[in-house]
Design a protein around this ligand. Structure first.
Ligand code: HEM
Length: 415
């Protein structure tokens, strides 16, 4: 049941509200899509902190392809980041052209489907290694024992980061993307949050700089070498590489981890869908993966900023500097695009979800890699532990940026 007050002032920045299950939050988004698809959400007393919440699929599509009207360079999170943090986290996700295009062109070398064609075997090997290490008593924390390790190891292997840094990078990822959850940062004051995030960023930069220097001196067959020490193309400066690394740590790890965790939970909750997929893995994998991405919507929102007075979206006019926030999870349940949007249907086709963002200059660079990781992960997981299933409800991240799962118990017959 939606209170009138909740619709007129939607609690989209209330992290307690985001702790509810998605089926408890869905009705609010449904009524926003229907009655207030572009609603202004005040934050505190300063109107500059408020934002327009865009909840319909068509608006998220439209804004994403008009970067000249709705830019990313003023920041892509609802709250502006402190200047000190922007020093570390100001990678190209928070940039506009021409700088965005220049950097994206350089890093794209490592992420085209051709560049990744040889990585399938490596992902396969990594998944098997993680499965070998899973607890032998048939019960695990699926997030920390499986889902979090896979994207982390893949990115580390791709970049050429030695395994000795894995534990710290995992910890830093949790701090950078889950800071507002007290499990990851105990001191929740603004100063405490800024200090924890700055410290994690500084340590990541130190790790990266050390490796980049080594690669410049002695090139290896890895992405860091290709991005900072290529002899036949433009390179990233070490500082640009460090920011890209911090972006990847967040953009590539947490997102894929959550997609995999939500995936197993959705399959457990929908045994008919699970049986169907397992009856013919290859046949259903392409659509099943897209449906997991749609329903999970691991990135909940991204922000854009209006670049000039008079920018229009439908019948609405915006002023320069106003923030608009794209609610991907809502767009992915838009009933005008998806029939039965609350039904998890692994055969859904077409499935024009916006989990990786909408087509536009900032569309997820790692979409191909994430899909590949999900495919190999579920294939080998069900091959090794055909009866694996989640138990109870997930322990969710206290956040409104990521649809995060911190812990999720799973049981299986160990072999
Ligand atoms: C299921 C997993 C993933 C999801 C749901 C996801 C989602 C997203 C979203 C919503 C955006 C922003 C799009 C926009 O602003 O228009 C984005 C951007 C980005 N993602 Fe992903 N992502 C995932 C996995 C990955 C992986 C595995 C990598 C890399 C290894 C990656 C790297 C990036 C980068 C670098 C950007 C910034 C692109 C730009 O600004 O040009 N992502 N992603």
């Amino acid at each position: 049941m939606i209170e009138t007050e909740a619709v007129s002032t939607p609690p989209l920045v209330d992290l307690d509200w985001w702790q509810f299950r998605s089926d408890e939050r869905d009705p609010l988004f449904e009524s926003l899509r229907r009655d207030h698809p572009r609603i202004f959400v005040p934050v505190g007393s300063n109107p500059k902190n408020g934002f327009w919440a865009l909840t319909r699929h068509e608006d998220v599509l439209e804004v994403s392809k008009r970067p000249e009207d709705f830019c990313s360079g003023e920041g892509t999170q609802i709250f502006d980041q402190p200047a000190k943090l922007r020093e570390y986290r100001g990678s190209f996700i928070d940039m506009d052209n021409p700088e965005h295009a220049r950097l994206r062109k350089i890093v794209s070398r490592g992420f085209t489907s051709r560049a990744l064609s040889s990585i399938r075997d490596e992902i396969d090997e990594t998944v098997r290694e993680i499965l070998d290490e899973m607890p032998k008593d048939g019960t695990c924390d699926f997030v920390t024992d499986f889902a979090a390790l896979l994207p982390l190891r893949i990115i580390d292997n791709l970049l050429g980061i030695p395994r000795e840094h894995e534990a710290f990078i995992l910890e830093a990822t949790n701090i950078l993307l889950g800071a507002v959850d007290p499990e990851y940062v105990a001191d929740q004051s603004s100063a405490g949050l800024a200090a924890a995030m700055t410290e994690a960023s500084e340590k990541l930069v130190a790790i990266l700089n050390g490796i980049a220097e080594e690669r410049i001196a002695e090139p290896q067959d890895d992405l860091i070498t290709r991005l900072v020490a290529a002899t036949d193309a433009e390179n990233l400066t070490p500082q640009e590489m460090a920011k890209f690394f911090i972006l990847l740590v967040g953009a590539g790890n947490e997102t894929t981890r959550n997609a995999i965790s939500h995936g197993l939970h959705l399959l457990t909750k929908n045994p008919d869908q699970r049986s169907k997929w397992l009856s013919d893995y290859d046949r259903y994998a392409p659509t099943a993966i897209e449906e997991i991405l749609r329903v999970a919507s691991p990135v909940v929102h991204m922000r854009r900023t209006v670049t000039r007075d008079g920018v229009r979206l439908g019948d609405q006019e915006f002023r320069k500097g106003e923030k608009v926030v794209l609610w991907y999870g809502s767009a992915n349940r838009d009933e005008s695009v998806f029939a039965d949007p609350y039904v998890f249907d692994i055969t859904r086709d077409p499935n024009p979800h916006l989990a990786f963002g909408a087509p536009g200059p900032h569309f997820c660079l790692g979409a191909h890699l994430a899909r590949l990781e999900m495919d190999v992960a579920f294939r080998l997981l069900f091959e090794r532990f055909p009866d694996i299933h989640t138990v109870g409800e997930p322990d969710v991240l206290r956040a409104n940026f990521l649809n995060g799962i911190k812990h999720l118990r799973a049981e299986y017959t160990a072999r």
